[in-house]
Design a protein around this ligand. Structure first.
Ligand SMILES: [Zn+2]
Length: 262
């Protein structure tokens, strides 16, 4: 499921594949993928235009068309982008296709259709529409401390709450808590200030490392939890076994030996 580092990679791919290309038209193959708009409206807005620039916020990709309009692209659970040079060979789970004047296309693929594409006015409109909290790579240490310290909820749920901090999902929340040595069921308000500082620096380090590896999880350093997400697997720190619990219905992997409960 795409999280902040994955969407960062999608942004680079989007920039590389759409730069300086005039949009000829948009084809929608699955209506459920477009939210609050129609194929006709998308074509009215996009035809003959260029994607001027893009931005990532949390798990959203914003693609600016002009000063009044842009696209919000959300990848849901299985969203992906693919440049198509032969329009007669469209990938099977293509839900929407941007067709460019040069004959190429950019497919938005999404097998499970939890992603969406919407029209928004601008970047700020996107952020306020979803009531997104600060992006995980933009929030300051002080804001992070304040956000966590005053809440009684479980730290894993706090990290995954997009209206508090935007960009983390199930896998990276587990990874960050593992590397910071904090048990995922710890209450935000009980975590000591020094540990929240550690959590903040770990969050930045993990996300930046993931982006450096182009979000290819199989290439991550072996000390990461990410490739040890199995019950009874050895902890990458060799101190115990990986355990599984459910938090807010989400399967959570952690090491009871090296992650302290507060
Ligand atoms: Zn451990």
């Amino acid at each position: 499921m795409p999280e902040l580092p994955d969407v960062s990679v999608f942004k680079d791919y989007f920039d590389k594949t759409t730069f300086k290309k005039k949009i000829k038209r948009v084809e929608v193959f699955e209506k459920r993928i477009i939210k609050g708009t129609s194929e006709k409206e998308l074509n009215n807005v996009l035809k003959g235009k260029f994607f001027k620039k893009s931005g990532r916020y949390g798990k959203h990709l914003f693609a600016e068309i002009d000063s009044e309009a842009g696209l919000d692209i959300h990848f849901g659970m299985t969203g992906d982008l693919e440049l198509i040079d032969d329009l007669s060979k469209i990938p099977p789970f293509t839900r929407l296709l941007f067709i460019f004047q040069d004959g190429e296309g950019l497919a938005f693929e999404d097998q499970r259709i939890f992603g969406h594409i919407s029209l928004v006015h601008n970047f700020d409109d996107l952020i306020s529409r979803y009531r997104l909290g600060k992006d995980a790579l933009e929030i300051t240490a002080e804001e992070f401390q304040e956000t966590i310290h005053k809440r009684k909820g479980k730290i894993k749920s706090l990290l995954m709450n997009q209206s508090l901090i935007s960009g983390l999902g199930n896998v990276y929340a587990d990874e960050i808590l593992f590397q910071a040595g904090i048990h995922p069921e710890s209450k935000g308000s009980r975590i000591p200030e020094e540990k929240i500082k550690k959590l903040f620096s770990t969050m930045n380090k993990v996300l930046k490392t993931a982006i450096k590896y182009a979000a290819k999880r199989e290439d991550f350093p072996s000390k990461f939890l990410i490739n040890h997400r199995k019950k009874n697997e050895d902890c990458p720190d060799k101190c115990g076994k990986i355990d599984i619990i459910k938090i807010n219905g989400r399967t959570t992997y952690f090491c009871g030996a090296c992650q302290e409960l507060f």
